[in-house]
Design a protein around this ligand. Sequence first.
Ligand code: SF4
Ligand code: SF4
Length: 435
Amino acid sequence: MSLLSGIGKIRLNGKKELTKSKQVLSLPEPEIVYIPLIIGASTDFDVHVSEGDYVHKGTKLATRKDIYVPLYSPVSGTVKGIEKRMHTSGKIQNHLLIENDFKDDEITPFSYDNPDSLSAEELVEAIKEIGILGLGGSGFPTYVKYQNAKNIEAVLINAVECEPYLTSDYKVMEKHSEELLDGTHFLMKAGHAGKGIIAVKVTNKDLILKLKEKAAKFNDIEIVGVPDAYPMGWERVLIREIFKKEYERFPSEIGIIVNNATTAIYLSEALRQKKAITHRIVTVSGEGIKNPENVYVPIGTSVDYIIDKIGGYNDKCEEIVVLAGGPMMGKSIANDQFVISSYSNSVTILPKKDTDEMPCLRCGLCVEYCPAKIQPVQIMNGEKMKDLDSVTNAGADKCITCGLCSFICPSKIEVTDWVGKAKTRIANARKAGGK
Ligand code: SF4
Ligand code: SF4
């Protein structure tokens, strides 16, 4: 492990070579896709189809009720009902089952005509109806950032992909640089922003070169190289790096809206082709499988199906851990039956390591390296005492679950897990009308 100078950033062994130079594999489509009826913490959906209904690729299946997000069918076929199944949240959730008829019978689910003629407000409505979420893993509805956007100076496209193993953004950008610029322009228009900035790691020299060539014909989009450090892709760190500014809750407070690069690309495609986002590229990597790959699959494809199609688990590993996401921010899932959502950028499978946890040395490294500038060790100690005031005062709810405090800890303490528990304690207290 080598550390970068600078608080809140660290140089990690990227392990990106496992998949970066390989072609994306288009897998044969599965017979069944499972559409999760959950986005974020919300499981409150209006389901518009019933068991036995025929659906086209692009049929609106369901709508999230609290914050409007439509879900479209990624395949044509027959609705087989609702089934409980493991989800990337780590919990069993409802999924809508569609049996694929492999006819690829597609409809246009959107009503707008020429996307270039849409006003900013119409564009926000179109983004809302497309149902696009933060495709870098956040799952946050994109249109919400643009509704009533005021005094936006710049749209910042996060093309950093700083977490080890992950190369799905890179592979999408490598192939779709035109769409990246096009999608950036649509987002700039939606936000009334005069400037677009696409932030790419300096180590992706080929990509920077390609994007700079494509951007040369515009005078409103800049390609900016940023250090290869973790968590450079977290928007607070990225904004610090590029704009030298801080904000309280949202980047829009300082005139910036941040979107992920794949979000911009898939948005451009959806707007131009009037197609729902039905498929995506996902990195499936790690030493726990035989052949790490980037795969192109329909939304709702089960992870066990993907792993089987790319050659299976690594027989040399006695035990493995399956993570929805990357090794730093991903969530360990009890089995491989969960599915790819539109915002699943990766699945990481690692050999399980026995860690001999030792007592805290009070070295302060977790505090020094925390990019959220909070006190992980204090939060851990407060959480051990179930002390709500202590974890709240130490800023547990500002944690971005980057995993650095566990990674850096010389005593091999899972500090991030303790901070996660503290965050849940605060959230539960708020729900109950407490703090
Ligand atoms: S996981 Fe949370 S507490 Fe730990 S370093 Fe990252 S932001 Fe800080
Ligand atoms: S890094 Fe680990 S040992 Fe050091 S203060 Fe934090 S929890 Fe304690």
